[in-house]
Design a protein around this ligand. Structure first.
Ligand SMILES: *Cc1c(COP(=O)(O)O)cnc(C)c1O
Length: 419
């Protein structure tokens, strides 16, 4: 459930009318609903009330400081994948003791930074990484608390580009090869083994892959314990899908039931790394129609947002619902249209053959479910400015990231004196 809907014929973010907001901040822009974010976090937490887990929000889904602060105030920790994200999380008020550091390419500098701040856990993804982490920790006189991210070889049945838990994946260490690595880690002076972590992919819409992965993790924890390696914590990753269109992702209660059934008996402290499920439907992208161009057999609705602002449709063939802020008049024809951006790439398409009331130039459209992997993946291709982000709470709204300026954009490059 989210807090974007029509009121008196105008699409609203909570109690803020989006036509008024668009007139104020200009288009395109992202808009986040604080009430939706809060609701999603609380629903997730309520279903694990008995376990009282660490809920480490995956910062990469949306790293805006206002989003992070909202979640931090609700008690969220952070799952990060870079020094930059550690800095963001701490700037938002998340304690290092609630930060989990994932990723296959942590640099020595990033390890030093994270160790210096005593973060809760490193999720180690390879043996060379483990060796470097141990080396740096010993030099600093510290112990790095770790999980090894194991790869259970389960098909998450999601898009190939967001599948991470199969044999061919670059992530984690195959479960079948992980025991000797744990053995080595347990003997390292700079390493404190506390956990096993698993994350098999994103936008999972079925429960079975979770169940399969968690069952294998349970077996592996039993193996580790039998080998004399105590495991006190389990990091079950993120990956819960959201409804972008017709898909029906697992309900939180079904997910928590699976967790309980598969790993409850291990008695481990639980960590989760939800990203998309918290922020995905808490954000929208608002864009204005520039032109409606009719060709021989296509109707192109050309909008002022593009793939550089929201790349999911281009990258993952992702579906985003599109609604009009003020629906076209009742007698407007309903036709199959292509909703496209201005960028000079054929792939700059938000929707293909979408059945909708044909909008008019100047109309405002909303791409729903754009809160996760939206603004964070944006760029300035075609020398387009990074677009603003607005957060709404009830009748209040605030610009939580202003539109980039041309001075900022042009100021990034330097012309050497010898040209
Ligand atoms: C991306 C990622 C997440 C979050 O995934 P969602 O699908 O957004 O919940 C969690 N953990 C790790 C290690 C990730 O890479």
């Amino acid at each position: 459930m989210d807090h974007f809907d029509y009121k008196n014929g105008v699409y609203h973010a909570e109690d803020v009318a989006l036509d008024t907001l668009a007139a104020e901040v200009g288009t395109p822009f992202y808009c986040y609903s604080s009430a939706t974010l809060t609701r999603h976090f609380n629903v997730f937490r309520e279903h694990f009330a008995a376990e009282n887990p660490k809920i480490c929000y995956a910062v990469k889904a949306n790293g805006n400081l206002a989003v992070l602060r909202t979640l931090a105030k609700l008690g969220a920790g952070a799952d990060v994948v870079s020094e930059g994200e550690i800095r963001l999380a701490m700037a938002a008020g998340i304690k290092p003791s609630d930060i989990v550091f994932s990723g296959i390419g942590k640099s020595a500098q990033e390890m030093k930074f994270a160790l210096g701040h005593d973060i809760f856990q490193f999720n180690v993804e390879s043996e060379p990484e483990l060796e470097l982490l141990n080396f740096i920790a010993v030099k600093m006189g510290k112990k790095a608390r770790i999980a090894i991210r194991v790869n259970p070889d389960v098909d998450p049945e999601t898009h190939a580009k967001i599948s991470t838990g199969q044999k061919e994946s670059k992530f984690g260490i195959a479960m079948s090869l992980a025991l000797p690595v744990y053995d080595r880690a347990a003997k390292m002076a700079g390493i404190d083994v506390q956990s096993v972590s698993v994350h098999i992919g994103s936008q999972l819409t079925k429960l079975a892959p979770f169940a399969e992965a968690f069952a294998r993790v349970r077996g592996f924890v039993e193996t580790l314990r039998a080998a004399g390696i105590p495991i006190s914590t389990l990091d079950l990753g993120g990956g819960l899908g959201i409804p972008y269109g017709k898909e029906q992702p697992p309900l939180p209660e079904a997910y928590s039931d699976i967790v309980r059934r598969e790993v409850g008996a291990l008695g481990c402290k639980l960590v989760f790394e939800p990203g998309r499920v918290l922020v995905g439907n808490a954000g929208i992208l608002v864009t204005r129609v520039l032109y409606v161009k009719r060709s021989e057999n296509r109707i192109f609705v050309i909008v002022d947002a593009a793939m550089n602002d929201l790349i999911r449709p281009t990258l993952y063939s992702a579906h985003h619902e599109i609604v009009s802020v003020v629906p076209p008049a009742g007698d407007a024809p309903t036709e199959l249209v292509e909703v496209v951006g201005p960028v000079c790439e054929t792939g700059d398409v938000f929707a293909e053959q979408r059945l909708m009331k044909v909008p008019n130039a100047g109309d405002l459209l909303v791409l729903r479910s754009a809160g996760a992997y939206g603004a964070v993946m944006s760029g300035t291709y075609n020398a387009r400015l990074l677009i603003p982000e607005v957060m709404v709470s009830g009748e209040k709204h605030a610009l939580v990231r202003p539109r980039q300026t041309y001075e900022e954009l042009l100021g990034r490059d330097k012309i050497p004196s010898w040209i």
